[in-house]
Structure formats: C-alpha cells, structure tokens
Design a protein around this ligand. Structure first.
Ligand code: DGT
Ligand code: CA
Ligand code: CA
Length: 566
C-alpha cells in the first residue's frame, strides 16, 4: 500500500501552494490526500484496474500527479517546489502560529530556512519589521520555538503506527521470515515516535535486508549490513531492521522494546543476582537461562511479564516483582464510543453511517455528541439539536444491535457556563463539556472555568481536559491535582481523547487520575467513520496510564453506563 506515501506527497504540495494563501488548489490537494489516506484498498490496485477516475472529489489534474507518484515513486512538481524553497518546512510549521504564508515571507525577506535561523532573526528583532508581524508575534515565535524544537524529528504514533504495521505485513508476507515484530517506542505505544524498530528471525538475512532496503517507501538507505540495516522513509522517518536467531528473539524483543530506562534497571537487577542480561539472553556464568520468549526473560529475572505499554521504569518493575501489576484495560473491552461528531455539525459522515460503523466494531452503544452553538465547528442551535434528537430516535428504531445515545459537546463560555438551556440539557442522555473558545485565558480564570464546569450537574464528561495538541499547542496551565480531586468529588468523567494529536488526558495524567479514583472514558472524537479506529490509540494511552477496565466507563454495559450518567 502506498496510500500513505501518495497522501503525504499531495499534502506537502498543498503546504507549498498555501504559501500564497489557501485557495481552491490547496483544497483540492488536501481533499485528494484525505481521500487516499482513508481508502481501505491499495491505491496502486485502483490504478491497475484503471479506476483512479472513480475516486470521489479528485480532478484530472491531480489524477495525473497520483499516476506519476505511483509510476516513479516521486513527483517532479514537488521536487521543483522544494528546490524553489529549500527550507525545513516540517520544523518551521511545527512552530505554533507559523503557517506556509508566513514561512514564505520569512524565507524571502530574511532567508530563514530552519529553526536556528528563526531563533537568530527573532532575537535580533528582525521579524517584527516584516509586514503583518510585529513585536508581539516575534515574542510568540520565540516562546513557541522551544516547544517546536522538542517535537521536531518525532512523529505522531497515530501516523506511524499504520506505516509500521504495513512494513510488518509486507515482511511477513515474504516467505523468508519466521518472525517479525515492531519493537521500540511504537510497541510501547508512546504518543510520539522517533524511529521504527523492526526485529526479525530469518535464515535468509541478506534477502530480507535487500527487500527492506528496496521497499517503495524507502527514500534512502543509510546503513546496509548483514544483521542490521537502516533506511530513511518517504516521510523523513528512519526505520531499522535487525535479524536474530529464534532462541534469542525474546531477549531481543525485551531489549529493543525498551525503554532505555527499563533496560538499565533490568540489567542492574540481573547483575545483582549474579546474572548477565543482554539482547541475546539471560546468562549465569556461561549458562544461558532464558532468551527465547519475553515471558522466560522476565521470569528468569524474578518478575511477572510486563506489558509493553508499561515499560517506562515508573514503578512497573517493582510491581512485577511483587506480582502486583495492574490488570490493564484491554483493547477488546470497549463497548462503545462516547464522543463522536456527524454531519449535523462539523463531522463528515451521517448518523446512520457512524452507527453502522460502530456496529461493525461490535459496540453496544454510541453517543452522538455534535457541537452546539460554537460557530467555528458548525455548532447546532437549539432547534437543530431538537431536530437531531428526532433523527437519532428514527435511526435507533431502525437498527437493532446498537443503541445511540443523544448527546452534545457543549462549549464552555469563558466563565465555565454551558451555552444551552437547562430543559434541553435535561433531554440529553449524555452531556460533554469542552473548552473551544478563549483558549489563552489567564490560567487562574481557566482553572476556575473548568472547575465550574465539573460542578455543573448536567456535565457528564469533560472532553480533552488539558487542551494540548501534540507538536502544536501546550496544555492550559491547569492545577491538575485540583482538577482530579474535583472530578472525583463531582463524579465527572474525564475523557481520554483518542485523536492522534490530542491523546488528552495523556498517559502520566491518566495514571494520576486513576490514583485519585477518577472515572475515565476513552473516546475518539470522530469526525468521520474511519476515525472510530483511533480508539486503539486512546486505549493505549489508558494502558500506559495503568488504567484497568473498572476505571474506564465505556467498558461498562449500556445499563451500567446509563445508571452512572443519569
Ligand atoms: P524513539 O525511537 O526515540 O521513539 O524511542 P525508542 O524507545 O524506540 O528508542 P530507540 O529506537 O533509540 O531504541 C529502541 C530500544 O532499544 C530502546 O527503547 C531501548 C533499546 N536501546 C537502544 N539503545 C540503547 C542504549 O544505548 N542503552 C539501552 N539500555 N537500551 C538501548
Ligand atoms: Ca524507535
Ligand atoms: Ca531505533
């Protein structure tokens, strides 16, 4: 599948075109990219069948571009744009407040190509002199630069996970490997990923390396060896592949899953017991005690198997030694999604389409929670919400194996009040409160605003509680302890939002919230049927936060859930 690669090239073209401001062309490229990204079939197969033209919303012009990418692996048009603007677009775009248009201005006027240039020019106060910039913008850029620095080079788990699965799938489809797994931060489901680590067992290392290095996803081979290769992929991300013997695979998996911090502690434990631990096994003198499976390795070290999501050296080793690891919520435990949008607000799919997709996932229930009022997200007014309730009744009547709940994602005004009248809130099964306006409020006011929302009896769930966006926006400056104790006191559910950019609450906060005894939901905030699959990312975050099934309300049966929120 080259879908992701094609989509990423088209998106990149849109970025460059947007340097002259967004217009119909940038929209067309983004729409095409989105269509391809979300296809469930291989775009190359569609081309082979001569059916490219049947893809919705893609014009002739872009068809030709897609064909070129599929035929040649790249797009000359994009290569020319890159030559015209030789700058680190990814890094610059990761600075909050900088978009393609400003980046072009900065490049043309000041020759800024990367974050270092940007910092230099901002500190020299050259940026404020540019048209449309000013001292305030300049200060903001400096402020946001540090955040951007930390996030460049890393990509979102939600973007890398499908790519790594694809690589795994392709390698396992070769008849040459006995085992293949993705290790590293991806296996631990860390929210951002530095590189992809592939581990294999094979009798044919050279052929496997050759295959890996020649995949159409590869832009450049960086290291080529017999037992290890490193490549740079089309999206700028590196991928390593390593070959092991079958008998070593468990210890290799432990070692290369990491984290580094966990490895260091495990090695110390081994040494303290007179043993040696490395990627080839656990040894006592020259005798090999374990290595074939991870379970064996942990057992030899005197502890329970630690699920990959917990391997961050934050107490899991001690828990594993004492047999006290949590029984983590499982990916299959989820019985419904409590936060999704439809085309009644800013979603793209209909209520029926979302319901059918949820049903496909074997959910027992699905809450329809479109935006109310806020203009930015095509929020519904009161009349429309009433009308939508009627539509939900109708769909509920039609479908047998899933129950739709009537809900809304209600915006909190600057003081924490809901912008919906009480009698309507009363009618809803589930009310989600969320901050969508006045994000840069004074921290004290923001804290008061959110606590006030928690105190509101109508509010069942607080959505994306800290407001952060990965690689984009820092969280609000909340007093998180106050938030958790108030949520517990008022029995308000805190959301783990599964959008790849949000994952909010984040893992560490989930862990704290669980310790506080808060109730949590894992929801996708879907705006399209295929977003429902983000659930996996949210559950991963819950697991990384040591959450058990009992902590996550949408593992409950409908009956139990309704009792909780009514
Ligand atoms: P990433 O790629 O930055 O998202 O994070 P990881 O955890 O995937 O790190 P990576 O790819 O550098 O290495 C994969 C694993 O290999 C890492 O989690 C632990 C292990 N590892 C690599 N280098 C070292 C090392 O120098 N010391 C120890 N103890 N472990 C290492
Ligand atoms: Ca890695
Ligand atoms: Ca690596």
């Amino acid at each position: 599948m080259q879908n992701q690669k094609v989509a990423s090239i088209l998106n990149r073209v849109a970025d460059y075109l947007e340097m002259d401001g967004p217009d119909f062309r940038t929209k067309a490229y983004r729409r095409a990219a989105h269509t391809i990204e979300t296809l469930s079939v291989d775009i190359a197969d569609i081309k082979k069948q001569g059916k490219l033209e049947e893809l919705p919303g893609i014009g002739k012009h872009i068809h030709a571009k897609i064909e070129e990418i599929l035929d040649t692996g790249s797009l000359e048009y994009l290569e020319n744009l890159k030559k015209e603007f030789p700058l680190d677009l990814d890094a610059l775009m990761s600075v909050e407040g900088l978009g393609p248009k400003k980046i072009k201005l900065l490049y043309q006027e000041l020759g800024i190509k990367n974050l270092d240039d940007l910092e230099k020019e901002a500190k020299r106060h050259h940026i404020r002199r540019l048209k449309g910039m000013g001292a305030k913008t300049e200060a903001k850029i400096l402020q946001n630069l540090e955040f951007a620095r930390k996030s460049t080079g890393r990509q979102l788990l939600g973007e890398v996970l499908p790519l790594s699965s694809l690589i795994k799938q392709r390698i396992s489809a070769l008849d040459l490997v006995e085992q293949v797994e993705i290790a590293g931060s991806i296996r631990r489901r860390k929210e951002t990923v530095g590189d992809i680590d592939v581990l294999t067992v094979t009798q044919h290392p050279d052929e496997v390396m050759d295959f890996f290095n020649r995949m159409d996803l590869v832009e450049e081979v960086i290291v080529k060896g017999h037992s290890k290769s490193t490549v740079r992929l089309f999206n700028g991300m590196d991928a390593d592949i390593r070959v092991f013997k079958e008998d070593d695979f468990g210890s290799a998996m432990v070692y290369f899953t990491g984290s580094r911090e966990l490895n260091i502690s495990l090695r110390k434990i081994a040494i303290s017991q007179g043993m040696k631990l490395n990627e080839y096994g656990v040894f006592h003198d020259e005798k090999r005690l374990a290595g074939k499976t991870e379970v064996d390795v942990f057992q030899a070290l005197g502890m329970d198997y630690i699920p990959p999501e917990l391997r961050e050296n934050t107490g899991e080793i001690e828990a594993a030694q004492e047999g006290k690891l949590p029984l983590l919520v499982d990916y299959g435990d989820i019985k419904g999604d409590l936060h999704i949008h439809t085309n009644w607000s800013d979603g793209k799919s209909s209520i029926m389409e979302m319901a059918l997709e949820a049903s496909q996932r074997d959910y027992e229930y699905l809450a329809i929670t479109d935006h109310t009022c806020i203009p930015v997200a095509r929020g519904m007014d009161e009349n429309r919400l009433i009308k939508q309730m009627g539509e939900i009744d109708r769909v509920n009547h039609e479908l047998e194996d899933i129950t739709l709940l009537k809900g809304a994602e209600v915006n909190l005004d600057s003081y924490g009040n809901l912008d919906m009248p009480r009698d309507l809130l009363e009618e809803l099964d589930i009310v989600i409160a969320a901050v969508h306006s006045d994000l840069r409020q004074d921290p004290e006011k923001m804290n008061e605003r959110i606590l006030r929302a928690l105190e509101n009896d109508y509010v069942d769930i607080l959505a994306h509680p800290t407001g952060r966006k990965l690689k984009e926006r820092k969280p609000y400056q909340l007093n998180i302890e106050n938030l958790f104790s108030k949520a517990r006191e008022t029995e308000t559910i805190l959301e783990i939002n599964s959008q790849p950019k949000r994952l909010d609450l984040k893992d560490m906060h989930v862990k704290m919230a669980v310790e506080y005894g808060c109730q949590l939901s894992v929801s996708t905030d879907s705006h399209h049927t295929h977003d429902l699959s983000f659930m996996e990312l949210g559950v991963a975050t819950a697991r990384r936060g040591w959450a058990e099934k009992k902590d996550i309300v949408n593992t409950f049966s409908l009956k139990k859930l309704l009792k909780l929120i009514s």
